[in-house]
Design a protein. Sequence first.
Length: 84
Amino acid sequence: MSFDPSAAPAPRVAATLALLQQLAAQLQRGAAPTPLRWIRALVGQTLRMTPVDNIDYLRSDAKYTLIAWRGETHQPEEAIERPS
């Protein structure tokens, strides 16, 4: 009985190809990105993590973004975020 090296890999190649096609389909569907939960901003020299749910509005110009929210006392607060 002789060994034919070209016949042995065929089942593995077919299985590998099927697995690659399955993985490619999963990548195309993609997972939905998780929503942003926090925004990092400076209040003076202090870094503040503000929950997105607490933000009233954002206002941007060419250099800075103003973040306005209501703090723990429910009073308006503001912070500036500079692009890094």
